[in-house]
Design a protein around this ligand. Structure first.
Ligand code: MOS
Length: 774
């Protein structure tokens, strides 16, 4: 029975959200709540010499000012600070010591009776910075000076990084925050994709070659909800932590190890999350600060970062993507090389798969991929929607468009010439890959066949009209997730799991799957999520939560079915007595025989007879180990732009995104997911860029007035097509996940449309007026 799965079911949490009943981390208000405000460092690298809090402490209403020199204990080893998605390296420890690793680093927390007082007093905290005296740290490192000149020790400790430049005055202190200037200092990462053939030679010999750099700037997530934590003091050092996070159990484990607490002493909840997009995968520093303050004051404390302060956490790292393509005159590829050079901090090696997506998309006998890191005096980047692919596929798909132009081939035709039915990384077939169908359906909906291939060929009044397209690809991952179902005799079920719903619709799909599997109306299903005490779940990310949680629910529901079948069959005169257990199904709120017309048993009767008021089952999902197939989602994105020739203003008037992502559990929330990805892709193409003043290593546009994101007026017609993709191999429901595929390919489709409209190729994102008119 499929009453709900696959249908456009409205969000089960929608009403709570629009009425304000849904509470977010910064909205819980326990008795005696006090407020923390963060003081940030104003230099990118160095040490705190003096931190004078006396003036701040004199302010009426200020309770305390926590600093590295005045705080409860924190763990002193990297292991304790590593969360479940921490990259290699030494995680940042807020208020740990006097070292400054990035501009905007938290260096003090002012705690006061109210937020305004804390905010005001924070301006009175006096800080003096200086280069650390070298006497103890410098000498042992001196012999390494040559190596330090290449500032790419993959994960040298912070002290070492600090002594790099021995100078007498703060202003002279050497630091680097500019990726392009430091490009030559990139260090190579482990290659996720082995080279095949001889790409260098093949490129030289190729009949047609295209090679270029594409630059994706640093971008910040800017979720609507601010980064926030409310820590409730429950007495005796026990804490309830409301946190904006994508993983309550990740934060729970982290807080326990950082604060040396027993698991039962801390409970972490994130019932609702107002957008996160990867920014809440790792624990955010405000949860450490709020916990520190709660332990110091033995009171409940809330810390909400300001929009500006949020720029002191993770971001999409700036990358220089160099793509080279070599082709035969007919458009078949001979060689693909893709090198990414990305920013990371001095203390952690954050990297994602930017390169290597061509292995999944395009047949080529010769390939080489590499990912290099440049270590700079900035905070560590983090995941941001489709990390790696959003940037890397953007470059690849712009390059494919440029190659198509050089070959005088239609961009879709080129992609079909190179279409790969196998993932060339390990030469595997796909569980399913309906990318061809995405091209066909998307092109048809868009009207691609009427496109005049010549750039600048179409004009409407003062605007040049351009059409571009690109391919999108992402992974179809699944992770261990457990769900618990408690069924009560009145035919209501509570389904629970620790997973957070970051706005993606997890509450709703969990309810849909449970309702179908239990044969109950969706109104009878209560879903509890985002609580560390519930059955296990990893962070919600990577587009893996829909498939993972759905199959956990399915497993628990199957155990409930078996229990009900046993009870129903055992009833005196049961109409199901002769029906094999496997053929007993749950449908329309009853227990029935598969294909049987008559004789059902009500859940209430079966449970009453079994003397049970509730049946509780918990199950960990189980996916068959299958290394014989690649698992991916795909899309074909088509964009129309209209460009004012005099002003250079670009409007994205139409986008069609045709997505093949297995079975879509909810076509309504699913469509919203893809639309959100398209909107963000428009942002990547035309608006978003974190601008840093490299003289100070300080972000200049740390607000959503100057960090541009698309607004309503920038968004026109977006059409989402879910291409049917039946996948019996990937998992029982055939679900792949769609959290990230929506953004991939969109920036390239728009850049390609801008080229088609104007004849001008902008390879440095975002495509702003100045670049277009230059
Ligand atoms: Mo996603 S960037 O894994 O939240």
């Amino acid at each position: 029975m499929n009453a709900y799965v696959g249908t456009p079911t409205s969000r089960v949490d929608g009403r709570a959200k629009v009425t304000g009943a849904a509470k977010y981390a910064g909205e819980f208000a326990p008795d005696g709540l006090v407020y923390g405000f963060v003081v940030e460092a104003t230099i990118p690298c160095g040490r705190i010499v003096r931190l004078d809090t006396s003036e701040a402490l004199e302010v009426n209403g200020v309770l305390d000012v926590l600093t590295h020199a005045h705080r409860p204990p924190l763990a002193d080893n990297d292991e304790a600070w590593k969360d479940e998605v921490a990259p290699e390296g030494s995680p940042f420890r807020p208020l740990y010591d006097d070292s400054i690793k990035f501009n905007g680093q938290p260096i003090a927390l002012v705690v006061a009776d109210d937020w305004e007082t804390a905010k005001f007093a924070a301006t009175l905290v006096r800080v003096e910075y200086r280069q650390q005296a070298f006497a103890t740290d410098l000498e042992p490192e001196r012999g390494n000076a040559a190596e330090m000149d290449k500032p790419h020790q993959p994960r040298g400790d912070a002290a070492t990084a600090l002594v790099r430049a021995a100078v007498r005055h703060e202003a002279d202190y050497a630091f680097a925050t500019d990726l392009e200037a430091e490009r030559g200092n990139a260090a190579e990462m482990d290659k996720p994709h082995q080279p095949r053939g001889d790409a260098a030679t093949a490129l030289v010999r190729a009949a047609v070659r295209h090679e270029a750099d594409y630059v994706v700037p640093t971008e910040h997530h800017n979720p609507m909800e601010l980064y926030a934590s409310t820590v409730v003091w429950e007495g005796d050092g026990r804490l309830t932590v409301y946190d904006k996070t994508q993983g309550v159990q990740n934060v729970h484990k982290y807080l326990c190890s950082v604060f040396d607490k027993k698991p039962e002493d801390i409970r972490v909840l994130s019932p609702y999350v107002g957008g996160a997009f990867g920014s809440g995968l790792r624990p955010q520093y405000q949860v450490v600060l709020a916990t520190l303050a709660a332990l110091a004051l033995k009171r409940s404390v809330r810390v909400v970062l300001t929009r500006q302060q949020m720029y002191g956490l993770g971001y999409r790292p700036m990358t220089i993507e160099r793509v080279a393509l070599g082709a035969k005159p007919d458009g078949t590829l001979d060689a693909v090389t893709h090198e990414a050079i990305a920013v990371t901090s001095r203390y952690e090696d954050f990297s994602r798969n930017d390169t290597g997506w061509a292995e999944q998309l395009y047949k080529s006998p010769n390939t080489r991929f590499s990912h290099k890191l440049v270590h700079l005096d900035v905070s560590t980047p983090c995941d941001m929607r489709a990390p790696g692919a959003a940037s890397g596929v953007c470059a690849l798909e712009c390059a494919m468009d440029e190659l198509a132009a050089a070959l005088k081939l239609d961009p879709i035709e080129l992609r079909l010439k190179c279409y790969s039915d196998r993932d060339q990384t390990e030469d595997l077939p796909y569980t399913s890959k309906q990318l061809r169908e995405c091209y066909a359906r998307g092109a048809e909906a868009f009207g691609w066949s009427t496109r005049n291939p010549t750039p600048r060929s179409t004009r409407e009044d003062k605007e040049l009209v351009g059409w571009g397209m690109a391919t999108g690809v992402w992974e179809a991952l699944q992770m261990p997730v457990a769900a618990r179902i408690v069924l009560t005799a009145n035919g209501h079920a509570e389904v629970s799991c620790a997973a957070s719903d970051i706005g993606t619709g997890t509450y709703t799909i969990v309810a849909q799957v449970a309702a179908d599997a239990l044969g109950l109306p969706i109104e009878n299903i209560d879903v509890k999520l985002g609580d560390s005490s519930l059955p296990q779940a990893p962070v919600e990310g990577g587009s893996w939560m829909a498939a993972s949680s759905a199959h956990a629910v399915l497993g628990a529901a199957e155990d409930i079915r078996q229990e009900l079948a046993r009870l129903a069959k055992a009833m005196p005169g049961s109409p199901l007595a002769d029906i094999p257990s496997a053929d007993v199904i749950l449908v329309d709120g009853t227990i029935a025989g598969k294909g049987q017309k008559s004789g059902t048993v009500s859940i209430a009767d079966a449970m009453r007879h079994g003397k049970l008021e509730r049946i509780e089952k918990q199950k960990l999902n189980q996916f068959a180990e299958d290394k014989s197939h690649a698992r991916n989602t795909h899309s074909a994105v088509f964009a129309e732009v209209k460009v004012d020739e005099q002003l250079g203003v670009i409007r994205v008037t139409r986008v069609v995104s045709a997505v093949a992502a297995g079975r879509i559990l909810n076509t309504k929330t699913g469509r919203s997911q893809i639309m959100g990805g398209v909107v963000w892709g428009i942002g990547m193409a035309l608006h978003e860029e974190t601008a840093m003043d490299h003289r100070f290593g300080r972000i200049m546009n740390h607000n959503i007035a100057e960090y541009h994101i698309p607004v309503n007026a920038d968004i026109h017609n977006i059409e989402v097509i879910f291409v049917e993709e039946r996948d019996d191999r990937i998992n029982r429901l055939g679900v792949k996940g769609i959290g990230e595929i929506g953004i991939v390919g969109v920036p390239a489709a728009i850049a390609n449309a801008v080229y088609h409209a104007t004849g001008k190729r902008v390879r440095r994102f975002p495509i702003t007026v100045d670049k277009l008119l230059a």
